[in-house]
Design a protein around this ligand. Sequence first.
Ligand code: DHB
Length: 310
Amino acid sequence: MPPDLSARIAGVPFPLCIMNASGALCMTEMELLELGSSQSGAIVTKSMTRVPREGNPEPRYYQFGLGSLNSMGIPNLGYRTYAELLPELRSFGKPVVASIAGFSLEEYVHVAEHISDAGPDLVEVNLSCPNVVGKPQIAYDFEASAAILKALRPVVRQPMGVKIPPYLDLALHEAMARVLRECRVDFLVAINSIGNALVIDPDREEAVIRPKGGLGGLGGACIKPVALANVRVFHQLLGPEFPIIGVGGVESGTDVFEHLLAGARAVQVGTAFMKEGPGVFPRLRDELAGVLDAKGYGAASQVVGKLKVL
Ligand code: DHB
């Protein structure tokens, strides 16, 4: 029997514990429908705001050997369009995760109310976009995060998760864990890109992307250790029953396995999905099945949080 690669997040069944990360090929109707027909375990939307946005000037995405750098500026179709698309997206028979963003508490609440009415399976509250000029990432401000999540809790009728940026100090993980408990958040998505990194093209003597003086969110293979640490620490702080979706540096079945060991029940794939397209999902599924089989595990869920520490 092949290993069981399904997952359950806040009571919602996922046919496969591998899905796209918000932002990767999930903004347009065509991209979302393609995710629907792909092997992705869910359809995660681009973070949606109240009104449609063009995003930042190009070049705003760059792929290199160690990962990717992006400063997209939240280009999206606006929540109304995603709300209209939801019934069709749900017809693919896997969870639809609506990612929401905003520039104020009021915008978060407005978007959340309306998208919740349209009936996604889960809502992912993005508190960690690093690419807006003059605005700190909300999740680095614990009071602001708590205020938004407290306001959202009564209007989001689906399981509500939070997408966090990487934390690099254990006191910060603890502060965010307190907010998540206090605000009755149902699941965690860890991590968003490492904000405000710089990649230089030495031949041209210039930054590789245009917005924000060349600064952008770092993703891909090089951030995996930071992602694993965040998954691990939150798994320990929030307990084994609290669902965590791991994101960061997933490029192989072994990478998925490592996220599971650290405490993730499922993973999202950003940079590798951008690079490979939807073929990445069956590849990672087969590779993970191979890893689990070789180690004698019958299900991905058996591995969650089983990291041994020397
Ligand atoms: C964008 C980038 C992010 O990391 C995010 O969480 C939301 C939006 C962007 O630049 O579009």
